[in-house]
Design a protein around this ligand. Structure first.
Ligand SMILES: [Zn+2]
Length: 376
């Protein structure tokens, strides 16, 4: 091993131990186990965690489970720990001391899963190992599973500005694209603010992925379910890089995202369901009326006053192939109906049903494909 690299390595491990000194219940004096003599090519760059580290801490004094977290029960959440399988690309997605984004993204997602499952959510990770997956394949895990929510878990980097360290959460395209993406992003951002308590905030932490690429992020573009991407902090900040190696800090981050999702779920996750025609096929003898059932995500709790409308009527909007069309809505049974135009051509059409519940949470699944068969 090259002597200067050894010195660099020991130094970086010492910085890590110093940082750990201010935390309770840390595995003390643990040093990084290099698998390469070059830190910028090494793997296992995190401080090893005791077995079941998160599971042992859930609902402890440091990580209490709030009563409202019960509303996570049954919600399907797909977590996508960014990157993986990339250690051989020297310096790729690493801090200056070699700590790898792929590794702490994964550990945060795994800890987050432990919290969420504790509260009864169903959770799928797009990867469990240090392996790569295409951006499209990551989103497909969520799409094919029928996830309610999809969260890509990342940490940020910036060249030549080691002092920068703040939270951003990203949504796809414009603010009108899918309103529920913004709901998810807002809750995530608040949870990360609370959990990481970074001293720096950026003016508007919710960011469009079109700021990075004209087509947005591939992973969000491919997601057909409510989705957002977290860039929780900057690993190019040397102090943050050392914190991100620590199991306790990863757990804190996971806890923040967990509370964010619990708050989001507690405020009700609205959904729409096509009742007529159930299969979405309009044939010659099918009425040209579409009937939807709206679910505010709250009424089924049968709380006092549940018969009252908890959908903001002014928020309801129906679009046919992107054009706003008339509809009728009745609070009784939350039924929404719309008439398809008589001259609608045969083929597939998209119907979008948007609405918000009284927490201003938008419907998770506004898009429906209708197939009009020829023969009218
Ligand atoms: Zn990343």
């Amino acid at each position: 091993m090259n002597k200067s690299i050894v010195v660099l390595f020991v130094l970086s491990a010492m910085v890590g131990s110093l940082m750990i000194g201010c935390k309770s219940s840390q595995p003390s004096e643990q040093v990084m186990t290099p698998t390469s003599t070059d830190p910028l090519l090494s793997t296992n760059t995190l401080i090893e965690a005791p077995p079941d580290f998160a599971k042992q801490r859930i609902d402890s004094e440091d990580y209490p489970v709030p009563p409202y977290a019960k509303y996570l029960q049954g919600i399907k959440i797909c977590l996508d720990p960014g990157h993986g399988g990339d250690a051989s690309q020297r310096g790729y997605k690493r801090g200056s001391n070699g700590v790898r984004e792929a590794e702490f993204n994964l550990r945060v997602a795994q800890y987050l899963r432990d919290f969420l499952e504790y509260s009864g959510a169903e959770v799928k990770l797009t990867r469990e190992e240090d392996t790569d997956l295409s951006l499209k394949d990551r989103a497909e895990v969520a799409n094919q599973w029928g996830a309610d929510l999809f969260i890509a878990c990342h940490h940020n980097a910036i060249d030549n500005k080691p002092q920068v360290n703040h939270t951003t959460v990203w949504y796809h395209n414009g603010v009108d694209e899918r309103p529920s993406d913004l709901d998810l992003a807002r809750y995530l951002c608040q949870g990360l603010f609370d959990a990481l308590a970074l001293p720096e905030v950026t003016g508007v932490p919710l960011k469009s992925d079109q700021l990075m690429y004209p087509e947005g992020f591939g992973v969000l573009r491919a997601a057909k379910v409510t989705a957002a991407l977290t860039e929780s902090s900057f690993y190019t900040n040397p102090e943050e890089e050392q914190r991100l190696r620590q199991p306790e800090y990863n757990l804190q981050e996971a806890y923040g995202i967990y509370l964010a999702l619990a708050r989001y779920a507690a405020a009700g996750l609205p959904k729409a369901k096509l009742l007529q025609p159930q299969d979405g096929i309009i044939s010659a003898n099918t009425p040209r009326t579409l009937e939807f059932e709206l679910d505010d995500g709250l009424r089924s709790r049968k709380s006092w006053g549940y018969e009252r409308s908890m959908i903001l009527s002014s928020s309801i909007q129906v679009k046919l192939d992107g054009q706003i069309v008339p509809f009728t809505f009745t609070n009784d049974g939350y039924r929404l109906t719309m008439e398809l135009p008589a001259d609608l051509i045969a083929g597939e059409h998209q119907v979008e049903v948007e609405f918000q519940n009284m927490y201003k949470n938008s419907v998770l699944n506004p898009f429906f494909t209708i197939k009009v068969e020829s023969g009218f």
